[in-house]
Design a protein around this ligand. Structure first.
Ligand code: SF4
Length: 181
């Protein structure tokens, strides 16, 4: 089974709690106005990556878990479910950012949420930016909700300043993280 991905950062501290492997899926059918990743909208770009190979890469990276973001992970529900379940099977944590609401995530991928530690759901709303002293880390807009589905993480893990990371790569500079607060 393959997952179409845009890119991977093997070890990052800017895409969820702790040190994580961040995986940006390619393709998003939601297309929120003001999205910061419009280059990931198209479902034909990126690279097809075997789920087994992706899991092996994550294990090699030695991180505490994966963060799935995009693009829209739930536009590839079977592959995302397979990866999340396999990651959990290795004792890794799973954080998912989706533009779909919880109920739609559940409808699209009935077996996914049992393998997810944190789901951040809902479309990005540029009219309600997540800001101010109580802003939740890594969350784009106030309408989006955090769902803690296990005991591994809680709200305290989503507090504190956002950060940005820069990496020099053969094809240019890779920037990830959140530039706002
Ligand atoms: S769901 Fe996410 S990737 Fe898709 S348009 Fe909205 S913010 Fe962008």
């Amino acid at each position: 089974m393959n997952l179409r991905i845009a890119h991977v950062v093997d070890r990052t501290e800017a895409e969820g709690p702790g040190v994580r492997t961040a995986i940006w899926t390619q393709g998003c059918s939601i297309r929120c106005p003001g999205c910061c990743n419009p280059e990931l909208f198209g479902s034909r770009g990126g690279e097809l990556y075997a789920v087994e190979a992706l899991l092996a890469r994550v294990v090699d990276a030695g991180t505490e878990g994966i963060t799935l973001l995009g693009g829209e992970p739930l536009d590839q529900p079977e592959s995302v479910t397979a990866l999340a379940r396999a990651a959990r099977g290795k004792g890794l944590s799973v954080v998912v950012f989706s533009g779909y609401r919880y109920a739609e995530v559940e409808r699209r991928a009935p077996d996914l949420l049992a393998a997810v530690d944190v789901l951040v759901d809902g479309p990005y709303d540029a009219a309600q930016p997540e800001d101010g002293p109580r802003a939740r880390r890594w969350v784009g807009s106030r309408n989006q909700q955090l769902h803690f589905l296990g005991t591994r993480y809680g709200l305290a893990d989503f507090q504190g300043p956002n950060t940005v990371e820069l990496r020099l790569r053969p094809d240019g500079v890779m920037i990830n993280g959140w530039p706002h607060r």
